[in-house]
Every structure is written in structure tokens, then in C-alpha cells.
Design a protein around this ligand. Structure first.
Ligand code: CP
Length: 304
């Protein structure tokens, strides 16, 4: 049975099929309105979420299906000590597909071993967030018209930023892509990702100042410094405002830059940037719903 646990498990051709299908849903939503009648999505969110949970639920509803689930661990039997494996064995009896967010890295992979329905990793700790990557890929393809030959800057918390880890893994497979990794020393990407890029001969540089490199970028992917991943509040306070994209900094970039952010944001993009045509983070939010519709179609078609 097919799951969506890690974007690396999905081929370029499969990702293209998802993007093509999402484009088709955007163009002809009525063709898909009854595609999932009598099917149910369970959203098991052990960690807070606005976009991922609601877009999965909206996606299933727009396909004619139904949704059930919980939005915090405290309202499920996890609060009584139930394991992830027992929870998914139970929920598999009620739903056709499960989207799971969990603070522990690898929890959706464990879930997939015990589930009789497809599992979607909706974010696992500071590890991966493959369906955010689906939203990012469609946004890049629609904004740039291509996924090849791009200079992509990732800025902020690259250590714990699971959306960065998944997008970097996905984009490493496209020809002519170069990465500029902009972070404080303490928040550089994990060593395993650096090793993967070196092995695959993907060009990248690591810098600390956004102003020094912004002009060279086709895409700037801003991220939040995540309070919930720090062990020490003092370190969070010291690093949280390391990067703030405002109109002055954006003026240094070229006119075709695309600014992305998985959201939620705190201070790292000034609201004054939102009206700039280069700001595409709310398009990402919308495209995420269509990509999740395409993913539900693919996973349930593969299961049938
Ligand atoms: N991008 C993202 O995962 O947002 P949420 O935490 O609101 O789901």
C-alpha cells in the first residue's frame, strides 16, 4: 500500500502527475466534486495546525468525501497513554485515509506499519513535511513555469525547519538547481542533508547575511524560528529575529524574485511585504489544498 511519509519516496514523474492533477482540479473543480463520495479522511493532529489540517479537510470535502478526527492529543486517548500503533489500528476501522501530524520524528512511519489504510505525514517533529512540499512545488511551477535552473535561498531556521528539509530534498532532484542556505551558525541544516547534497553533487553555499545574497535569488523561502523546537528559551529569544524581510531588504532583490513561506509567520516577513507582487505565500496556502486533493486521489486510487 502506498503512503506519503517522505517526499524522497515519490518519483519526479509521480510529483508531476500530482501537479498536473492539481492544475486540472483548479481548472475544472466540478469534474472532481464526487470523486470521493462515501470515503472518509481522518485527521489525527497531535500538534497544532491551521493550514495543513484544514486544507486536508477542505480537500476531502471538495472531493465529495467526509472528515473525522482530532486536533489535539489531549482530546484523544493518547492522553490516557494509548500508543500511535493502537490509535491507527483503531482509526483504520473508521476511515479510508489518515493524515497525521506528530511532534515525534518518525511517528507517521511507525503508524504506516500498523495501518490498513494510507498514512500521510502531515509534519513529524523537526524532520519532514512532505505535503507542504507539494504546495511549494506547485507554487514554484505556476510562478516560474519550471522546476529546473533555479537559485533557491532558504532563510531562517534550517536546523528544525521540516518544510525546508522536505523541499530541499525534492528540489535537489531537478537539473540546474542551486541552494543558498542563510541561517545563524546554530540553525544550519542538519548534517545528513549536507551529506546528501554533497553526494548528489548539488551546488550549495551557506551564509549568514540575507542582504549579501538576496539579489542572486530566484526564490526566497523564509521560515519561522520555531519556539516549540528549542530546549532553551534564552536561545530562542536570541535567535528569533535573526532575519526580518521588510520593504528595504526586498528592494535589494530582483523584480522576478518569488517569496515563499510555509506559514505561520511571526516577525520574519513584515506585513508591508504582503502587497508586493513577489509575495506568494498565500498562493502557497491555496495551492496546498489542491495538491492535497490530488494526493488523496492518488493514494486512494492506488489502494483500490
Ligand atoms: N505550513 C504549515 O504546516 O502550517 P500549519 O502548521 O498551520 O499546518
Amino acid at each position: 500500500m502506498r503512503h506519503m511519509l517522505d517526499i524522497a519516496d515519490w518519483s519526479i514523474e509521480e510529483l508531476q502527475w500530482l501537479m498536473d492533477t492539481a492544475d486540472d482540479i483548479i481548472a475544472k473543480p466540478e469534474d472532481y466534486a464526487n470523486a470521493m463520495v462515501r470515503k472518509k479522511l481522518a485527521s489525527l493532529f497531535y500538534e497544532p495546525s491551521t493550514r495543513t489540517r484544514l486544507s486536508f479537510e477542505a480537500a476531502m470535502l471538495e472531493l465529495g468525501g467526509s472528515v473525522l478526527g482530532f486536533s489535539e492529543a489531549s482530546s484523544s486517548s493518547a492522553s490516557k497513554g494509548e500508543s500511535v500503533s493502537d490509535t491507527v489500528r483503531t482509526v483504520s476501522c473508521y476511515a479510508d485515509i489518515i493524515a497525521m501530524r506528530h511532534p515525534k520524528e518518525g511517528a507517521p512511519t511507525v503508524a504506516a506499519r500498523y495501518s490498513s489504510v494510507p498514512i500521510v505525514n502531515a509534519g513529524d517533529g523537526g524532520h519532514n513535511h512532505p505535503t507542504q512540499t507539494l504546495a511549494d512545488l506547485l507554487t514554484i511551477r505556476r510562478e516560474k513555469g519550471r522546476l529546473q535552473n533555479l537559485v533557491i535561498g532558504f532563510c531562517g531556521d534550517l536546523q528544525f525547519g521540516r518544510t525546508v528539509h522536505s523541499l530541499l530534498t525534492a528540489m535537489s532532484r531537478y537539473q540546474g538547481v542551486k541552494f543558498v542556505l542563510i541561517s545563524p551558525e546554530e540553525l544550519r541544516i542538519p548534517a545528513y542533508l549536507r551529506e546528501n547534497m554533497l553526494k548528489a553533487q548539488v551546488p550549495f553555499s551557506e551564509v549568514q547575511k540575507l542582504e549579501d545574497v538576496i539579489k542572486s535569488l530566484d526564490i526566497l523561502y523564509m521560515t519561522r524560528v520555531q519556539r516549540e523546537r528549542f530546549f532553551n528559551e534564552a536561545d530562542y529569544v536570541r535567535l528569533k529575529d535573526s532575519y526580518i524581510l521588510d520593504k528595504q531588504k526586498l528592494a535589494l532583490a530582483h523584480s522576478q524574485l518569488t517569496v515563499l513561506h510555509p506559514l505561520p509567520r511571526v516577525n520574519e516577513i513584515s506585513q508591508s511585504v504582503d502587497s508586493d507582487p513577489r509575495a506568494c505565500y498565500f498562493k502557497q496556502v491555496l495551492y496546498g489544498k489542491f495538491m492535497r486533493e490530488a494526493l488523496i486521489l492518488k493514494l486512494l486510487e492506488a489502494k483500490a
